[in-house]
Design a protein around this ligand. Structure first.
Ligand SMILES: [Zn+2]
Length: 433
Protein backbone atom coordinates (compact mmCIF):
# COMPACT_ATOMS: atom_id res chain seq x y z
CA UNK A 1 0.00 0.00 0.00
CA UNK A 2 2.79 2.38 0.98
CA UNK A 3 4.53 1.61 -2.30
CA UNK A 4 1.34 2.35 -4.23
CA UNK A 5 0.90 5.75 -2.57
CA UNK A 6 4.57 6.55 -3.25
CA UNK A 7 4.32 5.85 -6.99
CA UNK A 8 0.95 7.57 -7.23
CA UNK A 9 2.54 10.70 -5.75
CA UNK A 10 5.39 10.57 -8.26
CA UNK A 11 2.94 10.19 -11.17
CA UNK A 12 0.82 13.01 -9.80
CA UNK A 13 3.80 15.34 -9.47
CA UNK A 14 4.86 14.49 -13.04
CA UNK A 15 1.42 15.29 -14.36
CA UNK A 16 1.39 18.77 -12.76
CA UNK A 17 3.22 20.98 -15.23
CA UNK A 18 5.62 23.51 -13.72
CA UNK A 19 3.66 26.76 -13.70
CA UNK A 20 5.46 29.53 -15.57
CA UNK A 21 6.84 32.11 -13.20
CA UNK A 22 6.11 35.83 -13.51
CA UNK A 23 9.35 37.74 -13.08
CA UNK A 24 9.59 41.33 -11.89
CA UNK A 25 13.16 42.64 -12.07
CA UNK A 26 13.73 46.01 -10.42
CA UNK A 27 16.86 48.12 -10.77
CA UNK A 28 17.74 51.15 -8.68
CA UNK A 29 20.21 52.92 -10.94
CA UNK A 30 23.19 54.06 -8.88
CA UNK A 31 21.66 52.75 -5.63
CA UNK A 32 24.71 51.60 -3.66
CA UNK A 33 24.39 50.42 -0.02
CA UNK A 34 24.85 53.96 1.38
CA UNK A 35 21.62 54.99 -0.34
CA UNK A 36 19.47 52.36 1.37
CA UNK A 37 21.14 53.20 4.70
CA UNK A 38 20.52 56.93 4.19
CA UNK A 39 16.92 56.20 3.25
CA UNK A 40 16.35 54.32 6.53
CA UNK A 41 17.36 57.40 8.59
CA UNK A 42 15.59 59.74 6.17
CA UNK A 43 12.28 57.88 6.43
CA UNK A 44 12.57 57.14 10.17
CA UNK A 45 9.84 58.37 12.48
CA UNK A 46 11.76 60.77 14.77
CA UNK A 47 9.06 60.45 17.47
CA UNK A 48 10.11 56.85 18.28
CA UNK A 49 13.53 55.95 19.73
CA UNK A 50 13.83 52.94 17.39
CA UNK A 51 15.00 53.39 13.80
CA UNK A 52 12.29 51.64 11.78
CA UNK A 53 13.37 49.24 9.05
CA UNK A 54 12.46 49.89 5.42
CA UNK A 55 11.17 47.75 2.56
CA UNK A 56 14.81 47.47 1.44
CA UNK A 57 15.73 45.93 4.82
CA UNK A 58 12.78 43.53 4.59
CA UNK A 59 13.76 42.28 1.13
CA UNK A 60 17.56 42.21 1.54
CA UNK A 61 18.98 38.80 0.63
CA UNK A 62 22.46 39.14 -0.91
CA UNK A 63 25.04 41.23 -2.71
CA UNK A 64 26.63 41.42 -6.15
CA UNK A 65 29.84 42.60 -7.80
CA UNK A 66 29.47 44.91 -10.79
CA UNK A 67 32.86 45.15 -12.59
CA UNK A 68 32.71 45.40 -16.40
CA UNK A 69 34.70 43.50 -19.07
CA UNK A 70 37.54 46.00 -19.31
CA UNK A 71 40.23 47.11 -16.88
CA UNK A 72 38.23 49.84 -15.14
CA UNK A 73 36.51 47.90 -12.27
CA UNK A 74 34.03 50.84 -12.16
CA UNK A 75 31.10 50.03 -14.44
CA UNK A 76 28.85 52.40 -16.35
CA UNK A 77 25.11 51.79 -16.68
CA UNK A 78 25.32 50.33 -20.20
CA UNK A 79 27.81 47.59 -19.31
CA UNK A 80 25.95 46.87 -16.07
CA UNK A 81 22.59 46.72 -17.88
CA UNK A 82 24.07 44.33 -20.43
CA UNK A 83 25.35 42.11 -17.61
CA UNK A 84 21.97 42.16 -15.82
CA UNK A 85 19.99 41.66 -19.02
CA UNK A 86 22.12 39.02 -20.78
CA UNK A 87 24.33 37.34 -18.18
CA UNK A 88 27.45 38.48 -20.04
CA UNK A 89 29.90 41.22 -19.19
CA UNK A 90 30.93 43.86 -21.71
CA UNK A 91 32.96 47.04 -21.92
CA UNK A 92 31.74 50.40 -20.59
CA UNK A 93 29.35 52.11 -22.99
CA UNK A 94 28.30 48.94 -24.85
CA UNK A 95 24.63 47.97 -25.09
CA UNK A 96 23.63 44.33 -25.59
CA UNK A 97 26.86 43.29 -27.30
CA UNK A 98 30.12 41.78 -26.03
CA UNK A 99 33.67 43.09 -26.52
CA UNK A 100 33.80 41.30 -29.90
CA UNK A 101 30.66 43.23 -30.94
CA UNK A 102 28.58 40.06 -31.01
CA UNK A 103 24.90 40.48 -30.12
CA UNK A 104 23.84 39.02 -26.76
CA UNK A 105 20.33 37.72 -26.02
CA UNK A 106 18.49 39.50 -23.23
CA UNK A 107 16.25 37.71 -20.72
CA UNK A 108 13.42 39.95 -21.93
CA UNK A 109 13.75 38.53 -25.43
CA UNK A 110 14.01 34.99 -24.03
CA UNK A 111 10.82 35.66 -22.08
CA UNK A 112 9.09 36.84 -25.25
CA UNK A 113 10.24 33.75 -27.15
CA UNK A 114 8.75 31.55 -24.43
CA UNK A 115 5.28 33.04 -24.66
CA UNK A 116 5.59 35.71 -21.98
CA UNK A 117 4.18 39.22 -22.12
CA UNK A 118 6.97 41.72 -21.50
CA UNK A 119 7.13 45.21 -20.02
CA UNK A 120 9.59 48.00 -19.28
CA UNK A 121 8.84 50.82 -16.83
CA UNK A 122 11.46 53.55 -16.27
CA UNK A 123 11.76 57.18 -15.19
CA UNK A 124 14.53 57.93 -17.72
CA UNK A 125 13.97 58.04 -21.45
CA UNK A 126 13.23 54.52 -22.74
CA UNK A 127 16.32 54.73 -24.95
CA UNK A 128 18.58 55.32 -21.91
CA UNK A 129 21.33 52.82 -21.06
CA UNK A 130 19.52 50.51 -18.61
CA UNK A 131 16.30 49.83 -20.59
CA UNK A 132 18.40 49.78 -23.78
CA UNK A 133 20.40 46.84 -22.39
CA UNK A 134 17.22 44.74 -22.30
CA UNK A 135 16.07 45.60 -25.83
CA UNK A 136 18.83 46.89 -28.11
CA UNK A 137 22.29 46.14 -29.45
CA UNK A 138 24.67 49.04 -30.00
CA UNK A 139 28.39 49.76 -29.78
CA UNK A 140 27.53 52.90 -27.80
CA UNK A 141 24.79 53.96 -25.40
CA UNK A 142 25.00 57.38 -27.04
CA UNK A 143 23.20 56.14 -30.19
CA UNK A 144 19.84 56.97 -28.62
CA UNK A 145 17.90 57.43 -31.88
CA UNK A 146 19.08 54.07 -33.16
CA UNK A 147 18.30 52.49 -29.79
CA UNK A 148 14.78 53.99 -29.86
CA UNK A 149 14.29 52.54 -33.34
CA UNK A 150 15.23 49.08 -32.06
CA UNK A 151 12.21 49.17 -29.72
CA UNK A 152 10.28 48.67 -32.96
CA UNK A 153 12.74 46.76 -35.15
CA UNK A 154 13.92 44.10 -32.68
CA UNK A 155 11.18 41.53 -33.04
CA UNK A 156 10.18 37.99 -32.19
CA UNK A 157 7.67 36.25 -34.42
CA UNK A 158 7.08 39.48 -36.36
CA UNK A 159 6.24 41.56 -33.27
CA UNK A 160 8.33 44.04 -31.19
CA UNK A 161 9.75 42.24 -28.14
CA UNK A 162 8.39 44.70 -25.54
CA UNK A 163 4.59 44.67 -25.16
CA UNK A 164 4.43 47.48 -22.62
CA UNK A 165 6.79 50.49 -22.67
CA UNK A 166 6.34 53.25 -20.06
CA UNK A 167 8.80 56.09 -19.47
CA UNK A 168 10.18 59.21 -21.12
CA UNK A 169 11.71 59.93 -24.50
CA UNK A 170 9.45 61.78 -26.98
CA UNK A 171 12.66 63.44 -28.22
CA UNK A 172 13.79 60.07 -29.59
CA UNK A 173 10.50 58.26 -30.24
CA UNK A 174 8.72 61.14 -31.96
CA UNK A 175 11.44 62.10 -34.42
CA UNK A 176 11.15 61.01 -38.06
CA UNK A 177 13.58 58.14 -38.63
CA UNK A 178 14.25 56.17 -41.79
CA UNK A 179 13.53 52.47 -41.89
CA UNK A 180 14.10 50.80 -45.24
CA UNK A 181 12.42 53.07 -47.77
CA UNK A 182 10.04 54.72 -45.32
CA UNK A 183 10.42 57.57 -42.86
CA UNK A 184 8.24 57.69 -39.75
CA UNK A 185 8.55 58.20 -36.01
CA UNK A 186 9.06 55.14 -33.81
CA UNK A 187 5.79 56.03 -32.07
CA UNK A 188 3.95 55.86 -35.41
CA UNK A 189 5.63 52.57 -36.31
CA UNK A 190 4.52 51.15 -32.98
CA UNK A 191 0.98 52.54 -33.36
CA UNK A 192 0.71 50.88 -36.76
CA UNK A 193 1.78 47.65 -35.04
CA UNK A 194 -1.24 48.00 -32.71
CA UNK A 195 0.26 49.86 -29.75
CA UNK A 196 -2.10 52.13 -27.85
CA UNK A 197 -0.28 55.42 -27.12
CA UNK A 198 -0.47 57.29 -23.78
CA UNK A 199 0.83 60.83 -23.37
CA UNK A 200 0.21 61.56 -19.69
CA UNK A 201 0.34 59.72 -16.38
CA UNK A 202 -3.29 60.75 -15.74
CA UNK A 203 -4.41 58.64 -18.71
CA UNK A 204 -2.89 55.45 -17.30
CA UNK A 205 -6.12 54.37 -15.59
CA UNK A 206 -7.30 53.64 -19.15
CA UNK A 207 -4.41 51.25 -19.78
CA UNK A 208 -6.28 47.97 -20.06
CA UNK A 209 -4.85 46.21 -23.10
CA UNK A 210 -1.51 45.25 -24.62
CA UNK A 211 0.52 46.30 -26.53
CA UNK A 212 0.93 49.86 -25.25
CA UNK A 213 3.42 52.72 -25.26
CA UNK A 214 3.45 55.59 -22.75
CA UNK A 215 5.81 58.55 -23.15
CA UNK A 216 5.57 61.14 -20.38
CA UNK A 217 8.49 63.48 -20.99
CA UNK A 218 10.84 64.69 -23.69
CA UNK A 219 13.76 62.85 -22.03
CA UNK A 220 13.64 61.69 -18.39
CA UNK A 221 10.52 62.32 -16.31
CA UNK A 222 10.66 65.33 -13.96
CA UNK A 223 12.83 64.58 -10.89
CA UNK A 224 10.65 63.24 -8.05
CA UNK A 225 11.57 66.12 -5.73
CA UNK A 226 10.52 68.70 -8.39
CA UNK A 227 7.51 66.78 -9.69
CA UNK A 228 3.78 67.19 -9.11
CA UNK A 229 3.83 63.36 -9.35
CA UNK A 230 6.70 62.47 -6.95
CA UNK A 231 5.49 58.85 -7.05
CA UNK A 232 5.49 58.56 -10.86
CA UNK A 233 7.38 55.23 -10.87
CA UNK A 234 4.75 53.76 -8.52
CA UNK A 235 1.94 55.15 -10.72
CA UNK A 236 3.41 53.52 -13.85
CA UNK A 237 4.12 50.27 -11.98
CA UNK A 238 0.56 50.03 -10.69
CA UNK A 239 -0.80 50.36 -14.25
CA UNK A 240 1.77 47.84 -15.54
CA UNK A 241 0.90 45.22 -12.90
CA UNK A 242 -2.80 45.70 -13.56
CA UNK A 243 -2.57 45.14 -17.32
CA UNK A 244 0.11 42.41 -17.23
CA UNK A 245 -1.48 40.61 -14.28
CA UNK A 246 -4.91 40.18 -15.85
CA UNK A 247 -3.62 38.44 -18.99
CA UNK A 248 -3.46 34.66 -18.90
CA UNK A 249 0.11 34.68 -20.20
CA UNK A 250 2.95 34.95 -17.64
CA UNK A 251 4.95 38.19 -17.71
CA UNK A 252 8.46 39.56 -17.42
CA UNK A 253 8.58 43.16 -16.19
CA UNK A 254 11.70 45.30 -15.80
CA UNK A 255 11.27 48.39 -13.61
CA UNK A 256 14.02 50.97 -13.21
CA UNK A 257 14.25 53.81 -10.70
CA UNK A 258 16.50 55.54 -13.19
CA UNK A 259 17.17 58.84 -11.51
CA UNK A 260 18.71 57.83 -8.16
CA UNK A 261 21.86 57.82 -10.30
CA UNK A 262 21.23 61.28 -11.74
CA UNK A 263 20.90 62.76 -8.23
CA UNK A 264 24.12 60.92 -7.31
CA UNK A 265 25.95 62.47 -10.27
CA UNK A 266 24.79 65.89 -9.01
CA UNK A 267 25.87 64.99 -5.44
CA UNK A 268 22.33 65.99 -4.44
CA UNK A 269 21.21 63.99 -1.38
CA UNK A 270 17.66 65.38 -1.08
CA UNK A 271 17.06 64.64 -4.77
CA UNK A 272 18.34 61.07 -4.21
CA UNK A 273 16.11 60.48 -1.16
CA UNK A 274 13.00 61.61 -3.09
CA UNK A 275 13.84 59.07 -5.82
CA UNK A 276 14.43 56.40 -3.13
CA UNK A 277 11.02 57.19 -1.67
CA UNK A 278 9.34 56.55 -5.04
CA UNK A 279 11.36 53.33 -5.43
CA UNK A 280 10.43 52.19 -1.89
CA UNK A 281 6.72 52.72 -2.67
CA UNK A 282 7.16 50.76 -5.91
CA UNK A 283 8.91 47.87 -4.13
CA UNK A 284 6.18 47.77 -1.49
CA UNK A 285 3.52 47.56 -4.22
CA UNK A 286 5.41 44.82 -6.07
CA UNK A 287 5.96 42.85 -2.83
CA UNK A 288 2.22 43.01 -2.19
CA UNK A 289 1.59 41.69 -5.71
CA UNK A 290 4.09 38.86 -5.13
CA UNK A 291 2.43 37.90 -1.83
CA UNK A 292 -0.98 37.72 -3.50
CA UNK A 293 0.06 35.94 -6.69
CA UNK A 294 1.95 32.79 -5.49
CA UNK A 295 3.82 32.27 -8.81
CA UNK A 296 5.74 35.54 -9.04
CA UNK A 297 9.42 36.21 -8.30
CA UNK A 298 10.68 39.71 -7.60
CA UNK A 299 14.39 40.52 -7.63
CA UNK A 300 15.76 44.01 -7.09
CA UNK A 301 19.32 45.27 -7.25
CA UNK A 302 21.40 48.24 -8.37
CA UNK A 303 23.57 48.40 -11.46
CA UNK A 304 26.34 50.17 -9.48
CA UNK A 305 26.71 52.87 -6.85
CA UNK A 306 27.03 56.55 -7.77
CA UNK A 307 28.90 59.43 -6.19
CA UNK A 308 30.81 57.60 -3.44
CA UNK A 309 28.04 58.63 -1.07
CA UNK A 310 28.87 58.51 2.64
CA UNK A 311 26.90 59.41 5.74
CA UNK A 312 29.41 61.53 7.61
CA UNK A 313 31.75 64.23 6.36
CA UNK A 314 34.87 66.15 7.29
CA UNK A 315 35.74 64.22 10.47
CA UNK A 316 32.38 65.05 12.05
CA UNK A 317 30.63 62.10 13.75
CA UNK A 318 27.10 62.93 12.65
CA UNK A 319 24.64 62.67 9.75
CA UNK A 320 21.62 64.93 9.75
CA UNK A 321 18.63 63.43 7.94
CA UNK A 322 16.42 66.28 9.20
CA UNK A 323 18.43 68.76 7.09
CA UNK A 324 18.02 66.53 4.01
CA UNK A 325 14.26 66.54 4.55
CA UNK A 326 14.14 70.36 4.62
CA UNK A 327 15.23 70.70 0.98
CA UNK A 328 12.32 70.60 -1.50
CA UNK A 329 13.90 70.92 -4.96
CA UNK A 330 17.01 69.81 -6.84
CA UNK A 331 20.09 72.02 -6.43
CA UNK A 332 19.81 72.70 -10.16
CA UNK A 333 16.27 74.06 -9.83
CA UNK A 334 17.12 76.08 -6.72
CA UNK A 335 20.06 77.64 -8.60
CA UNK A 336 17.88 78.51 -11.60
CA UNK A 337 15.33 80.21 -9.32
CA UNK A 338 17.91 82.08 -7.22
CA UNK A 339 19.82 83.46 -10.21
CA UNK A 340 19.83 87.26 -10.06
CA UNK A 341 17.79 87.28 -6.81
CA UNK A 342 17.53 90.63 -5.01
CA UNK A 343 16.07 89.00 -1.88
CA UNK A 344 18.21 85.92 -1.34
CA UNK A 345 17.03 85.00 2.17
CA UNK A 346 13.35 85.19 1.13
CA UNK A 347 13.79 83.37 -2.18
CA UNK A 348 15.85 80.68 -0.41
CA UNK A 349 12.83 79.79 1.74
CA UNK A 350 10.75 78.97 -1.36
CA UNK A 351 12.74 75.71 -1.52
CA UNK A 352 14.59 75.17 1.75
CA UNK A 353 13.17 75.31 5.29
CA UNK A 354 16.35 75.98 7.30
CA UNK A 355 17.67 79.56 7.26
CA UNK A 356 20.95 80.76 5.81
CA UNK A 357 23.70 81.93 8.15
CA UNK A 358 25.11 85.39 7.43
CA UNK A 359 28.26 83.90 5.99
CA UNK A 360 26.31 81.48 3.76
CA UNK A 361 24.21 84.38 2.48
CA UNK A 362 27.35 86.42 1.71
CA UNK A 363 28.85 83.48 -0.23
CA UNK A 364 25.65 83.12 -2.26
CA UNK A 365 25.39 86.86 -2.92
CA UNK A 366 28.91 86.84 -4.42
CA UNK A 367 27.83 84.38 -7.15
CA UNK A 368 24.13 85.29 -7.52
CA UNK A 369 24.39 86.11 -11.24
CA UNK A 370 25.89 82.74 -12.19
CA UNK A 371 23.59 79.71 -12.13
CA UNK A 372 26.38 77.13 -12.13
CA UNK A 373 28.25 78.78 -9.29
CA UNK A 374 25.03 79.14 -7.27
CA UNK A 375 24.44 75.40 -7.73
CA UNK A 376 27.92 74.62 -6.36
CA UNK A 377 27.37 76.89 -3.34
CA UNK A 378 23.90 75.48 -2.56
CA UNK A 379 25.24 71.93 -2.85
CA UNK A 380 28.11 72.75 -0.49
CA UNK A 381 25.76 74.35 2.05
CA UNK A 382 23.61 71.18 2.08
CA UNK A 383 26.74 69.00 2.37
CA UNK A 384 28.09 71.09 5.29
CA UNK A 385 24.76 71.19 7.11
CA UNK A 386 23.77 67.53 6.63
CA UNK A 387 27.36 66.12 6.85
CA UNK A 388 26.88 64.16 3.63
CA UNK A 389 30.07 63.04 1.91
CA UNK A 390 30.63 62.49 -1.81
CA UNK A 391 33.90 61.34 -3.36
CA UNK A 392 33.06 61.59 -7.07
CA UNK A 393 30.60 62.99 -9.59
CA UNK A 394 30.79 59.60 -11.33
CA UNK A 395 30.24 55.97 -10.31
CA UNK A 396 32.14 53.84 -7.80
CA UNK A 397 32.85 50.12 -7.63
CA UNK A 398 31.44 49.01 -4.27
CA UNK A 399 29.25 45.90 -4.39
CA UNK A 400 25.53 46.44 -4.61
CA UNK A 401 22.78 44.75 -2.64
CA UNK A 402 20.35 42.14 -3.90
CA UNK A 403 16.74 42.05 -2.72
CA UNK A 404 14.26 39.28 -3.51
CA UNK A 405 10.92 37.73 -2.57
CA UNK A 406 8.51 35.16 -3.94
CA UNK A 407 9.02 31.83 -5.66
CA UNK A 408 12.68 31.00 -6.27
CA UNK A 409 13.97 33.98 -4.28
CA UNK A 410 16.31 31.83 -2.16
CA UNK A 411 18.59 31.34 -5.19
CA UNK A 412 19.71 34.96 -4.84
CA UNK A 413 21.08 34.57 -1.29
CA UNK A 414 24.66 35.53 -0.47
CA UNK A 415 27.34 36.91 -2.73
CA UNK A 416 27.10 36.66 -6.52
CA UNK A 417 28.23 38.49 -9.63
CA UNK A 418 25.78 40.72 -11.51
CA UNK A 419 25.86 38.23 -14.43
CA UNK A 420 24.75 35.45 -12.03
CA UNK A 421 21.54 37.37 -11.25
CA UNK A 422 20.65 37.35 -14.93
CA UNK A 423 21.54 33.68 -15.35
CA UNK A 424 19.38 32.65 -12.40
CA UNK A 425 16.44 34.65 -13.77
CA UNK A 426 17.01 33.04 -17.15
CA UNK A 427 16.95 29.59 -15.56
CA UNK A 428 13.60 30.33 -13.92
CA UNK A 429 12.19 31.66 -17.19
CA UNK A 430 13.01 28.37 -18.88
CA UNK A 431 12.38 25.91 -16.05
CA UNK A 432 9.92 27.68 -13.75
CA UNK A 433 10.71 28.33 -10.09
ZN1 LIG B 1 25.34 57.11 -13.83
Amino acid sequence: MKKFIFYSLILLSMSIEAKPTNIIFLIGDGMGPAYTTAYRYYSDNPKTPKVESTIFDTLLIGSASTYPDDDTIVTDSAAAATALATGHKTYNGAVGINRNKQKLTSILKTAKSRGYNTGIVVTSELSHATPAGFVAHSTSRKNKYDIAKQFYTNKFDGKPIVDLMLGGGTKYFNKELTLGKRTKTVTKWLKSAGYKYFKSLDELDQLNTLPALGLFAEKGLTAAINSEHPDRLSIMTEAALRVLGKDEKPFFLMIEASQIDWCGHSNDISCAMAEMDDFAKTLTMVKHYVDESKNTLMVATADHSTGGLSLGYNKIYQWKADIVKQVHATTRRIAEQLEGSKAIATDWHKFIDFSLTESEERTLAAVIDNKDEIKDVVRQIIINRSKTGWTTKGHDAVDVQVFAAGVGSRAFRGFQDNTDISRKLNYYLINGA
